[in-house]
Design a protein around this ligand. Structure first.
Ligand code: MOS
Length: 747
């Protein structure tokens, strides 16, 4: 479709599901009713390592309303092989099997499930379960295990390991006139979506299950449940119509799912298990990471060597991996690069992809180091980035399908007023506040995943498009509706989308910012197939005015099919269908990456983030007064929902810069701030002016729609821009995220 044919795509359409959400009619996993529903409450371990000697459940069992208490001793039959427990995006290792054995590997591990007739009874009884444990030594401190870090022996599927070294990075570093090595740390962060994790498992006579689950992938959950419990996939239907945020925490099946299904199958009743906010702190998190970044340049600022070594935490049972250091080999042009990435095992749950996994943290430290280099050279930090612009991917030697990062630098700087910046730190002040301006580049891979969709056009000119995608917030319902409407020339009101159901055409999990490109292109392909069928039927009609037309000459719009060059030669959709004795046309479509193209091209979304901070030097308080985020993400399907994605990402980046950190009491191995009172996510008072710019970027290779995706890019670079602004304001460089008051005062 050319832009001229797009009436709805590219317009700031309000969310088609917005009304349902604000009126409370959109149902979430824990809100679905079921007859005779039982409620489960999870009992969590309070030690970080050891063995359960005995679970004392007598008092809990005696509570009125308690139906059953499941522990590792009666959790029933489940799959034996690790493979059966591995979901679509699991890292290598032994996936967590809740209530599988007496072994405890992290604080917060589920050790029992209390099932009762009411939520209250389940919760009260759960509080009475007492675990007698043999405590073993534990470690939750990454610095303590750093020296034992290892290269993961098995790679996680879909995650590129660090690219091989190129050039002579050590030698180039040794000989360079300007150089330094710096240590950075980005502490663990937690996803904290608004919607709580829950699974409502509806047990139907005969053993069929319908599971309302908080997940980013209904089919991922369906196949997990089927393989873990040995069920036919057809007997497991998973629904996630609406998802109240997830940020990656819903990519993998979470323990409440297993527990709800296990109890449901054992008791032959419908069961709901919902987690508490505190329990959600044990579902996975952005891992704590240490980084050593070494940069070397000539006197003009041309990069001569980049070395980035990182150590990240993982659990005792899985080797979680993300693309943490790879960015340092592709964001800037440099012939001498060395990257390394190691893991260290702690007594914590396995980390879990969190918004821009690997980039949000890895790019942050590279971009801080670039700022340090600019300061060292006494050149403008934006100029340094432009000077080292990479016009190809140094990691792979491949071309970018498009890269309008230069436009992001230009338009972002203009909107921010960057040219008015005084270069030296501490040069700008307003009363008792120091003012600083910082900049960072952001980048994230643009993926096209294999996805399928179905389009159903009825003779009353109504279109339904469906795919088993999820909408965790970006506006998937809305953009699929827009794409369908434009593909068949219909008004938005005539189009409905169906997503969030495992029975719909195959879809990957919603993640990696790939849904708009992948599912969107599949919907377009399905609509195109409908158009083709309609055309064939129209041609077959007696005295068809389209008999000698070819498909390229045809357009479907305003309820008719006709020649683009001669609108009088057309037929109504109804008459074509009726002539063929049809009341509907249903076709499937697919999108997938072209392997031939992948040999030569890579695709990334890029951004430039500009931040202004105001720092009260005496109190150490940092306010982020302004952010300008200029993004190049290919075609923007809906500027309104797209802007919301960037706003959300930037807000999360502010959290990474200043607030978010899981605080662990290492003597106990316990997270201490596992609640919204003490784990601070940015609130309205922390967020001021955010300006979102989408620069023009035409990309005819990244995906059939020319879309790159926007879910993650907003967070990447934001924390670095804020940190660099803090340095510019104060002259103090804090290399430990989040940059809290204590660290700033001590610097
Ligand atoms: Mo995203 S961390 O792939 O939900």
């Amino acid at each position: 479709m050319s832009s001229a044919e797009m009436l709805h795509v590219g317009r700031p359409i309000s969310r088609v599901d917005g009304r349902l959400k604000v009126t409370g009619q959109a149902k979430y996993a824990a809100e679905y009713p079921a007859a005779d529903l039982l409620h489960g409450c999870v009992v969590s371990s309070t030690i970080a390592a050891g063995r359960i000697i005995r679970l004392h459940t007598d008092r809990a069992r005696a509570m009125p309303g308690v139906v059953e208490i499941f522990t590792h001793e009666n959790s029933g039959k489940a799959a034996r092989q690790d493979e059966d427990w591995r979901d679509d995006i699991a890292p290598p290792g032994h996936p967590l099997r809740p209530l599988h054995s007496d072994r405890i590997q992290f604080d917060g591990q589920p050790i029992a499930l209390v099932i009762a007739e009411s939520v209250e009874a389940a919760r009260d009884a759960a509080a009475l379960v007492r675990a007698e444990c043999a405590i073993e030594p534990h470690c939750t401190q990454l610095e303590a295990k750093r020296s034992q870090a290892y290269v993961p022996p098995e790679k996680r599927s879909g995650i590129p390991p660090p690219s091989d070294p190129r050039g002579e990075p050590e030698q180039a570093f040794a000989q360079a006139p300007i150089k330094f090595s710096r240590e950075y740390r980005v502490h663990a962060e937690h996803h904290n979506p608004m919607e709580m994790f829950a699974s409502t498992c509806v047990f139907e006579p005969g053993g069929k299950l319908t599971i309302y689950d908080k997940t980013q992938g209904s089919q991922n959950v369906q196949s997990y449940v089927a393989s873990v419990f040995g069920l036919k996939p057809a007997n497991v239907r998973v629904i996630n119509h609406y998802v109240g945020g997830a940020f990656g925490s819903g990519l993998r099946p979470q323990p409440q799912l297993f527990l709800a299904v296990m109890a449901s199958l054992a008791l032959k009743r419908s069961v709901r298990v919902a987690l508490t906010r505190t329990q959600m702190f044990y579902l996975g998190y952005r891992p704590d990471t240490f980084h050593t970044v070494s940069l070397a340049s000539d006197h003009q600022g041309t990069l001569l060597s980049i070395m980035h070594d990182a150590v990240a935490e993982t659990s005792q049972y899985e080797d979680y991996q993300e693309a943490l250091v790879n960015w340092s080999g592709l964001m800037y042009r440099c012939d001498n690069v060395k990257l390394s990435y190691q893991l260290a095992k702690l007594n914590k749950a396995t980390p879990c992809d969190m918004r821009a996994p690997g980039a949000a943290n890895g790019v942050t430290v590279l971009e801080c180091a670039m700022d340090e280099l600019a300061h060292e050279l006494d050149i403008d930090p934006l100029e340094l980035r432009k000077l080292n612009f990479a016009s190809m991917d140094g990691n792979t030697g491949k071309q970018f399908t498009s890269k309008a990062l230069d436009a992001c630098y230009r338009e972002g700087a203009a909107a921010f007023g960057w040219s008015g910046r005084r270069r030296e730190p501490r040069a700008m002040r307003d009363g008792h506040e120091l003012i600083g301006w910082g900049v960072s580049t952001g980048t994230w891979e643009a993926f096209l995943q294999t996805a399928s969709a179905r389009a159903r056009l009825t003779d009353d000119c109504k279109l339904e498009v469906s795919t088993a995608a999820s909408d965790i917030g970006p506006g998937t319902w809305t953009i699929l509706t827009q794409i369908g409407a434009d593909a068949l020339g219909l008004p938005l009101e005539a189009v409905s989308a169906r997503i969030g159901d495992s029975t719909l055409p195959a879809s990957p999990v919603e993640g990696g910012s790939w849904t708009a490109a992948s599912n969107g292109s599949a919907v377009q392909a399905a609509c195109e197939a409908v158009k083709h069928t309609l055309f064939k039927r129209a041609q077959r009609m007696a005295n068809s005015p389209l008999a000698d037309a070819s498909f390229e000459h045809i357009e479907v719009k305003s309820g008719g099919i006709g020649r683009k060059d001669d609108p009088r030669r057309s037929l109504s959709i109804a008459e074509v269908m009726h002539a063929a004795d049809l009341t509907e046309i249903v076709e499937d479509g697919q999108a997938s990456a072209d392997p031939e193209q992948a040999k030569r091209y890579v695709s990334y979304t890029n951004s430039a983030v500009f931040a202004e901070v105001r720092v009260d030097e005496e109190l150490g308080i940092v306010r982020v007064a302004r952010i300008v985020c200029a993004t190049a993400a290919g075609r923007i399907l809906n500027p309104k929902t797209a802007r919301s994605q960037i706003l959300g990402g930037v807000v999360m980046g502010i959290g990474m810069a200043l607030h978010e950190e899981a605080m662990i009491d290492h003597r106990l191995g316990k997270i201490m701030n596992h609640n919204f009172a003490e784990y601070h996510v940015p609130a309205h008072a922390d967020v001021d002016d955010i300006e979102v710019i989408f620069v023009d970027e035409h990309d005819d290779k990244v995906s059939p729609l020319g879309v790159k995706g926007l879910g993650e890019i907003g967070i990447v670079g934001t924390a670095a821009a804020v940190a660099n602004a803090i340095f510019h304001a104060t002259g103090k460089r804090v290399r430990d995220f989040p940059i809290t008051i204590d660290k700033l005062l001590a610097a």
